[in-house]
Design a protein around this ligand. Sequence first.
Ligand SMILES: *Cc1c(COP(=O)(O)O)cnc(C)c1O
Length: 455
Amino acid sequence: MARTRKIYLEESEMPHKWYNIQADMPNKMLPPLHPGTKQPLGPDDLAPLFPMELIKQEVSQEKWIEIPEEVQDIYRIWRPSPLIRARNFEKLLDAPVRIYYKNESVSPAGSHKPNTAVPQAYYNYKEGVKKITTETGAGQWGSALSFATQFFDIDLQVFMVKVSYNQKPYRKSMVNTWGGKIVASPSTLTEAGRKVLEQDPDSPGSLGIAISEAVEMAAKDPDTKYSLGSVLNHVLLHQTIIGEEAIRQFSKTNDFPDVVIGCFGGGSNFAGISFPFIRLNLCQGKQTRLVAVEPESCPKLTRGVFHYDFGDTMGMTPLLPMFTLGHNFMPPKIHAGGLRYHGAGPIVSQLLKDKLIEATAVHQIEAFEAGVKFARSEGIIPAPESTHAIAQVIKEAHKAREEGKNKTILFNLSGHGLVDMASYDQYFAGNLQDYSVTEQQIKESIKELDIFPAE
Ligand SMILES: *Cc1c(COP(=O)(O)O)cnc(C)c1O
């Protein structure tokens, strides 16, 4: 039994700035477009939905953005998160690799999502917002935001996709424990929800419908704003504390990663661990590889197109320049719910287009296999999303062995799987299936994009 080695930072060593990669990007992103006029969006267009400080961060070109004291205080409940050398997992793989992971599962909500939920709640509070609405699929984002809003006495209304609401009761319990309100979507609280229910009283709901409900409620009330847990620039910005911390932790070792790996839904945890290492590539001549790992069943980075598309299914959000499978793409119901999103954040999309990062895809059974190996060697049961990153770690280790090269690997353990044990049960019962999307399906679903201005 090899000894696992933890590299902690003192509380006082936690970074107090977020890194804004927009300052260093060689090619700037195309602007978001208004969904109606198709003209570039101005700050005023977003003001009904977001507080001004977050809108400023969305377009900021400042390289460093100070983390407010109040936010740092709450971060200190679980930050700095440990960087761990996975010696037992290394031994199991029997390859010339050193493997480190950043353990983001130590937050109270069990994932990286509170890193942005807390500052988002804070900036809303500073601007006098009384209530926030949001949508949640599997419930991870809803629970993280409920944890965050309670610190600032902000009411929270979560719209949770109905199938998940019925199948995953514990995330709902977490939202309630922290004081948030949560309802199955479609609901009778909004016109959008009532309309869907009129046509189909048994509608299972979808993320697109839940977004419509949350946006409608926020748009109708001047004291209410809306919040998103991934994709947008300010969300990715807040997550960079993960990678900035990791760089400080590595400076306490004789090691430095050759490759950094993160699973990919909308891009927030991948951005969080990778952007600070891209900073060192761009500004200090390092040559770290950055690898985003998506599910084969929802392959926007590896098989989608770079195009303007809506962030939601209903076409209510701004048009964003991104790698996408089309906003009507219906990913199969895989168990890593957090990775079932049709598009990718605009910054990450631009970086992929410019070949500053790599993307790859893995099947869900391979991912669960990797997750179980990790649990049995390192002890922590990873979230189904995070197992995709671990599957890629194993591939990188095998490649290193074949090539006879030493390699240092860092991956982001974006969350634990303790609220997702039903999906592990399904895996052990042999009930999981691998889904491959056909070329024809992708062609069909991106056809709709032709009506939007191309890049
Ligand atoms: C939400 C979530 C993801 C996927 O979202 P990203 O924005 O791509 O990070 C990954 N892992 C966990 C544990 C999540 O909760």
